[in-house]
Design a protein around this ligand. Structure first.
Ligand code: SF4
Length: 73
């Protein structure tokens, strides 16, 4: 499958840093700062770790529901 670079922005906090995203199909491979974007001069480590977060097997994909009554031990 072809590797592509797509422009976007990080949504992990309110700063919305501009990003260049390397993707192959549905896989996010790498995220880099997009220096042509007004907020893309740099990215923090959390933003750079986006591929690891997105594809983590521990990621919660659906809202969790309480199965015991409130206050239960
Ligand atoms: S890269 Fe970091 S600072 Fe920028 S939007 Fe993402 S989480 Fe926020």
């Amino acid at each position: 499958m072809e590797v592509q670079e797509k422009k976007g922005y990080c949504t992990l906090c309110r700063s919305r840093c501009g990003t260049l995203n390397t993707v192959r199909g549905d896989m996010l491979l790498q995220v880099r700062p997009d220096t042509s974007h007004p907020t893309g001069s740099a990215m923090c480590m959390k933003g750079k770790a986006a591929p690891e977060l997105v594809h983590s097997p521990n990621r919660v994909l659906y809202p969790m529901r309480r199965t015991n009554p409130k206050g239960a031990a």
